[in-house]
Design a protein around this ligand. Structure first.
Ligand code: NOJ
Length: 566
């Protein structure tokens, strides 16, 4: 293991992917260029200048591949072609070129764990065609009795009975997403070939979807837990996962200068260090759900519980400290296409929308980790007021709501409305609000998912024209992250650790120290941060006239400040 350079986080080596600000694009909701109501790749190209102005370095594109979209592209039918509604391979290549011309890199979402049931591999496998019999996890047995008690990430059993093969197959997500059998060397080679195919096109890396659940134990033992995701202890970081990831690196990834980030299910920092960092399998980074599961109670999805700032601070700080020990690099996100909108979930999307959205942006862009920003958060988009089952699109939320109706736990939409409004992944998937036009400038047609009625007030066109806007603040903070090395490589020191509302930390590199103070509350909070030193200048603040006496700071509702210390 390399020794870390004194006074830095990580292994002390500089790398473009450590310095990058990543921006996630969910194509169907980004920008529609042809009026079919579905965002597409030419639509992203139209916004390339916008991405450039925003200042981001890397686009993470969620799956653009051919797919029946049972789970919006995470159910891949053909890994080597582009979904018709998104465009074609020429469009993809043009996008890559347009981004590269602006010094923006592109990483693709790669779904290694499962395919669509419409993929030709599954079609051949269910018919037991030569060479494909073992491409998926098949178990024969009583059609009324699934092989074990594992549940799917979307609720219900993780097994579906296939009438063609007369056997059960495993699906850790939707039943149209059968899990590939990674024990089969042919499966591994086929997926390595897919990864190589895209690298040869010149892309800059991957986000690996649910990468750490690919290895399942022989015999599929029952899971212990009754609630939550049953079976997780058997398939998260499963028995052969390090062999698979290590081989993926050795066989393909090691040949390219790319960024890789794995989406870890139920992952701990201890497990993460075996995947990434100097002693890992070759991934650059992983990301976890510790801070975004805090509002789940014992009964999981239906059980919305309150969270405290101190819990989020603790969850994210734990990762910094524990990865520091192993020199592995960290990631940070607050929202993705799988979570509600961050201004609604962690901030106040009403009276303090500007203040809380910018406060959250400050955390994201000053934290010791590569930041991942989700489309629309840079303008402070909010959750949608879902009011009927017909409006919903998300495979996860609709499955749970349908089950609640079928099992008689809910009778009408009003019984589920509060949780759907809070939790549904559709909240993140309403189209980006480009203008106050009809359809928010997203499409000339009928959008595939409703547009938030607040697009009249919250939209890019309006914020582009105003110096005081969430968008202008994000631009400023992204620029700050690029110009201040301590924000990337500086050591993280938590200050006022027990404060119930203020999250404050220093980032120090060589003889420079920056201090970040965030008031995570809708009222003024006082804090004494004089232990950190004294202020030389204010680098960023989401209010006018921030005070500079660290001994008696009064932070206004959701105020965020970044100081340079003397
Ligand atoms: C994680 C993805 O982010 C999510 O959107 C998807 O539903 C599951 N993986 C299954 O692929």
């Amino acid at each position: 293991m390399c020794a870390s350079r004194a006074g830095t986080i990580g292994d002390g080596e500089q790398a473009w992917w450590k310095e990058a600000v990543v921006y996630e694009i969910y194509p169907q909701s980004f920008n529609d260029s042809d009026g079919d109501g579905i965002g597409d790749i030419p639509g992203i190209i139209e916004k390339a200048d916008y991405l450039d102005e925003l200042g981001i370095d890397v686009v993470w594109l969620t799956p653009p591949y051919d797919s029946p979209h049972a789970d919006n592209g995470y159910d891949v039918r053909d890994y080597r072609s582009i979904l018709d509604e998104f465009g074609d391979m020429d469009d993809f290549e043009r996008l890559l070129e347009e981004l590269h011309d602006r010094d923006i890199r592109l990483i693709l979402d790669m779904v290694l764990n499962h395919t669509s049931d419409e993929h030709e591999w599954f079609q051949k496998s269910r018919r037991e065609e030569d060479g494909y019999e073992d491409f998926y996890h098949w178990v024969e047995g009583d059609p009324d009795e699934p092989p074990n008690n594992w549940t799917s990430g979307f609720g219900g059993s993780a097994w579906a009975y296939d009438e063609v093969r007369e056997a059960w197959y495993l699906h850790l997500f939707h039943e149209k997403q059968p899990d590939l059998n990674w024990r089969n060397p042919e499966v591994r080679q086929s997926m390595y070939d897919v990864v190589e195919f895209w690298l040869e096109k010149g892309i800059d890396g991957f986000r690996f979807d649910v990468f750490n659940v690919m290895s399942k134990p022989e015999g599929y033992p029952d899971g212990d837990s009754e609630g939550g995701w049953v079976g997780m202890e058997h398939f998260s970081d499963g028995p052969r996962i390090h062999e698979y990831i290590g081989d993926l690196y050795d066989e393909v990834l090691s040949e390219y200068d790319v960024m890789t980030v794995g989406e870890g299910m139920d992952i701990t920092p201890r497990a993460a260090k075996r995947y990434c960092g100097p002693s890992g399998d070759g991934l650059n980074m992983v990301y976890h759900y510790d801070h975004t599961l805090l509002d789940y109670g014992e009964d999981g999805w239906w059980d919305v519980v309150d969270w405290e700032v101190s819990e989020i601070r603790e969850a994210l700080t734990k990762w910094v400290h524990q990865l520091e020990v192993t020199d592995a690099w960290n990631t940070v996100y607050l929202g993705t296409h799988d979570t509600p909108r961050i201004a609604s979930r962690f901030g106040n999307d009403d009276r303090y929308r500007y203040e809380s959205a910018t406060m959250l942006g400050t955390l994201l862009l000053t934290f010791p980790a590569t930041p991942f920003c989700f489309q629309g958060d840079e303008i402070g988009m909010t959750n949608y007021p879902w009011s009927s089952r017909e409006e919903m699109r998300d495979a996860d939320a609709t499955n749970r709501v349908e089950m609640a109706f079928e099992e008689g736990r809910a009778e009408g939409f009003s019984d589920v409305q509060d949780v759907v409004r809070y939790r549904s992944r559709d909240n993140a998937r309403t189209p980006v609000q480009w203008s106050d036009d009809d359809m928010a400038g997203f499409t000339d047609g009928e959008p595939w998912i409703p547009i938030n009625p607040n697009s009249e007030d919250i939209n890019v066109a309006d914020q582009r024209d105003r110096a005081e806007s969430v968008l202008a603040y994000y631009q400023e903070l992204i620029e700050l992250r690029h110009s201040e090395d301590p924000l990337v490589y500086g050591v993280y020191d938590l200050l006022a650790e027990d404060h119930p509302r203020v999250w404050a930390f220093a980032r120090s590199l060589d003889d420079e120290t920056l201090l970040v103070a965030l008031n995570w509350a809708g009222r003024t909070s006082r804090v004494d941060l004089s232990e950190a030193g004294s202020v030389e200048s204010v680098l960023a603040c989401n209010y006018d006239d921030p005070g500079t006496d660290l001994g008696s700071l009064a932070l206004r509702p959701y105020e965020a400040r970044v100081y340079r210390l003397e």
